[in-house]
Design a protein around this ligand. Structure first.
Ligand SMILES: [Zn+2]
Ligand SMILES: [Zn+2]
Length: 487
């Protein structure tokens, strides 16, 4: 931690309770340096205009679209400071019904205009938490750990000028910045997969699943904690929840828990390996996994790992898995435009179907199919890319014998993996995942084929990050063989 001198004054009336902010360190002048911050995906608003004694007016008060505009003025405006992005596994760049409001396939964490973080303050024992002052006070953040029917520990949280808080969960209530629903594997792009309109029977994702606190002075540092504060700024851990007291500090786990996996090595470059899955507690501690996902007994403390997000850290909410990409890592990754150009480059080689001799065109957009006569298919056993034809169709209709090498196996439509965050390097998409046919670079498919993703409440599977479908066969991907540049 950086030690800071006091300075400035409290400017978040919604977070400040009379007499509560005494003795807190304030970061000097930080909030004045970056006027164009806030939710990247929402129109920018100034919730506390009266509380912002900025000497310079802000000529543009809206962040449009991706939040990267706003530099077209002559003033000292800087682009928003980006902490990183959370990307849900299984969506190839967008949600099927379209990205709307706080529900989208990814969430950009940007430095807020006013600090929104909280930090642990005093704690005490009460008999009836639901009628205690801190719980009833909807301006006071607090966590209630129910020990018995007549005893609970309440930990108060005070505003923290040094951090920004972002909350993730299934709830559409306003304290949730990023609304995440259960992922339906293969549902994102239609096709033969079931439609993804409201068919998850029972969600396992918590309404207030987790929270991330990003450091406003060192934007490379963001930490994750289980559970999020509800609309009354409370977190309740009931009698049945796993909890414990050590060194006078109380901590606990949520029902299905929040699991994290830090990759070993640098995500960017493709040399990283899958690390071990851990569980993060409400207080930010890191533990080995419980015997089963919601078992009563907590795992063991993992001393040499922490809850600080690294580029490539995976966060599993039991029903959806999120990938954290740091701003630094994303700067080294390809952009969507780069990926589209790579598709164009393959199409420019006019790949041909060796049977129909028609030209194949890889669709540029993930959502669209190529016209039937141009749609490329890959033979998943050998990697030969061809057009749609009936040659070599076996009795079961699923298996086809490849006319090039006579190997029999399933075929699938080729489709570009267009979500850049899942790429571990840049380069031509020469490989495809099996069985879904999503194309990516060699290092990208090989990385994901070695990452085990929690599957429901037990079990782990390697999945295609673009559609969340479990990989099939060994190794779970295929090198593509185009017949191109023939003329
Ligand atoms: Zn073949
Ligand atoms: Zn896929």
């Amino acid at each position: 931690m950086v030690i800071r001198s006091d300075g400035g004054s409290s400017e978040s009336p919604l977070l400040v309770e009379e007499g509560e902010a005494v003795g807190q360190p304030h970061s000097p002048h930080l909030k004045h340096s970056h006027p164009h911050v806030g939710h990247a995906h929402q129109p920018h608003h100034h919730p506390h205009p009266q509380s912002h004694p900025h000497p310079h007016p802000h000529p543009h008060s809206h962040v449009h679209g991706h939040g990267h505009h706003g530099q077209h003025h002559h003033d000292k405006a800087k682009p928003p400071v980006k902490y990183g992005e959370l990307v849900i596994l299984g969506y190839n760049g967008f949600l099927p019904p379209g990205d709307r409001g706080r529900r989208r396939s990814k969430f950009v964490l940007v430095k807020r205009q006013t600090a929104s973080g909280v930090k642990r303050s005093k704690h005490y024992v009460v008999k009836t938490p639901h009628s205690s002052k801190a719980i009833l006070d909807t301006t006071q953040h607090s966590i209630s750990y129910t020990l018995t029917r007549t005893q609970a520990v309440i930990v108060e949280y005070n505003e923290d000028e040094d951090t920004d808080m972002f909350q993730i969960g299934r709830s559409s209530e306003t304290p949730i910045d990023f609304v995440v629903m259960d992922t339906c594997p293969g549902g994102a792009e239609g096709g033969s997969a079931p439609s993804s309109e409201g068919r998850v029977a029972q969600s396992t994702i918590s309404r207030f699943a987790c929270r991330i606190l990003a450091d406003r002075t060192d934007p490379r540092t963001a930490r994750i904690y289980a559970a999020g504060f509800d609309s009354s700024r409370n977190i309740f851990l009931g009698e049945k929840a796993t909890k414990w007291q050590e060194n006078r500090e109380i901590d606990g786990l949520t029902t299905n828990g929040v699991l994290i996996m830090h990759p070993r090595g640098q995500f960017c470059g493709g040399e990283a390996e899958c690390g071990l899955w851990r569980e993060v507690s409400v207080g930010g501690g890191v533990f080995s996994l419980r015997e089963s996902r919601s078992a009563q007994q907590k795992g063991c403390v993992v001393e040499d790992e922490n809850n600080e997000l690294q580029d490539g850290t995976l966060i599993d909410l039991c029903g959806a898995t999120l990938l954290w990409r740091s701003a630094e890592g994303l700067a080294k990754s390809p952009t969507k435009h780069d990926l589209e150009e790579l598709v164009d480059a393959i199409n420019a080689g006019r790949p041909q179907c060796p049977v129909g001799l028609n030209t194949l065109v890889i669709p540029r957009k993930a959502a669209t199919d190529s016209a039937q006569q141009h749609q490329p298919y890959v033979y998943l056993k050998c990697g030969h890319v061809q057009g749609h034809h009936d040659w070599g169709q076996e009795k079961d209709k699923v298996t086809r014998r490849c006319p090039m090498c006579l190997v029999a196996g399933p075929i699938v439509k080729l489709c570009m993996g267009i979500e850049p965050a899942f790429y571990v390097d840049s380069g031509p998409p020469t490989y495809a995942f099996s069985p879904c046919g999503h194309m990516a670079t060699e290092k990208t498919v090989k990385y994901w084929a070695h990452v085990a993703i929690p599957h429901g409440t037990n079990g782990f599977d390697a999945v295609c990050p673009f559609c969340a479908v479990p990989l099939e066969g060994t190794p779970g991907y295929v090198k593509l063989i185009f017949q191109d540049n023939v003329d």
